[in-house]
Design a protein around this ligand. Structure first.
Ligand SMILES: Nc1ncnc2c1ncn2[C@@H]1O[C@H](COP(=O)(O)OP(=O)(O)OP(=O)(O)O)[C@@H](O)[C@H]1O
Ligand SMILES: [Mg+2]
Length: 236
C-alpha cells in the first residue's frame, strides 16, 4: 500500500472555453490533513469538483487509492471512498436531518452496512436533537454540520471540504475543527480542506498547498511556516 492516497498528475480543467486549472500536480498522503488555500477565483472549488468527478478533467490523471479514477463517474468515485462537502452545503430542504444523513449512506457501497454511524452524533450532538427537522429550517451552522455528517455517513477514506467555516460562528467552527481532528486521528481519514480562514487550518492541518491563477504556487508543511508568512507569500 503506497503512502499516497490521491495522486494528481498534470491535471487541466476548463469552464467552457476558459482554462481554469493548469498542469496541477499534487499528492496527498494517507492519514494527513491538507489545506488548499488561495484567493477568490483561483480554482480551488474547480479542483475539488474535478477530484470528485462532478467536473470533467480536460487532461491529466487522478489516481485514488492506487486506481486510475480519471474517467469514472462521481457516484463510483464516492463508492471508492471519496466524500465531498460542497461550498454552500446543499442540504436537501424537504428531507429531515436524519433523511439527509441517510442519503450519504449509499456512498459506502459494499464497504459498510447499518444505519447512520453513531460517531456522527458524538461529533455533532445538535444533529441528534434536530433529527426530525427539515433541512430547509436549519441555521447555516446546523446545515454545515449536516453536510459534513452526510459526507461522513459514506465512511470515505478521503474527505473533501470546500470552505466549511464560511459564515459560521466560532463555537461551530470549533466543533468542525474537533470533528476533522477526530476523523483523521481516530478513523485514519485523509482530509483535503479548502479554506480562506488560515488560522483555522493552521491549528490542525498537516500540510498546505497554495494556488494562484489555476496553478500550484507553493506547498509545504504547516509546522514549518506561519499562517501570516504564507498569507503574505501567496497574497491572500
Ligand atoms: N460554472 C462555471 N462557468 C464558468 N466559469 C466558472 C464556473 N465556475 C467557476 N468558474 C470560473 O472559474 C474560475 C475558478 O473558479 P472556482 O470556483 O474554482 O474558484 P475558487 O478558488 O473556488 O473561488 P472562491 O474562493 O471564490 O470560492 C473563476 O474564474 C470562476 O469565475
Ligand atoms: Mg470556491
Amino acid at each position: 500500500m503506497s503512502d499516497a492516497l490521491l495522486e494528481i498528475t498534470r491535471l487541466c480543467a476548463s469552464h467552457g472555453e476558459s482554462r481554469v486549472l493548469w498542469d496541477v500536480d499534487l499528492t496527498i498522503a494517507r492519514g494527513r490533513a491538507m489545506a488548499l488555500i488561495g484567493r477568490n477565483g483561483v480554482g480551488k472549488t474547480t479542483l475539488l469538483h474535478t477530484i470528485m468527478g462532478t467536473h470533467r478533467a480536460a487532461s491529466g490523471t487522478l489516481r485514488f487509492d492506487g486506481r486510475d479514477v480519471t474517467a469514472l463517474r462521481p457516484d463510483i468515485r464516492a463508492r471508492a471512498g471519496i466524500g465531498f462537502v460542497p461550498q454552500g452545503r446543499h442540504v436537501f430542504p424537504h428531507l429531515t436531518v436524519m433523511e439527509n444523513l441517510e442519503t450519504g449512506l449509499s456512498a459506502r457501497g459494499t464497504r459498510g452496512s447499518g444505519g447512520v454511524p453513531a460517531h456522527i452524533f458524538d461529533l455533532f450532538p445538535k444533529l441528534y436533537d434536530i433529527r426530525t427537522r427539515p433541512g430547509g429550517f436549519l441555521s447555516g451552522g446546523e446545515q454545515q454540520q449536516l453536510a459534513i455528517g452526510r459526507a461522513l455517513a459514506g465512511e470515505p477514506s478521503l474527505l473533501l471540504l470546500d470552505e466549511p467555516t464560511e459564515g459560521i460562528q466560532p463555537n461551530v467552527v470549533q466543533q468542525i475543527e474537533a470533528a476533522l481532528v477526530h476523523v483523521r486521528d481516530a478513523l485514519g481519514m485523509t482530509v483535503l480542506v479548502v479554506e480562506q480562514y488560515l488560522d483555522f487550518v493552521w491549528r490542525f492541518a498537516d500540510d498546505y498547498v497554495a494556488m494562484q491563477g489555476g496553478r500550484i504556487l507553493r506547498q509545504g508543511r504547516i509546522a514549518d511556516e506561519t499562517a501570516a508568512d504564507v498569507a503574505h507569500l501567496v497574497r491572500i
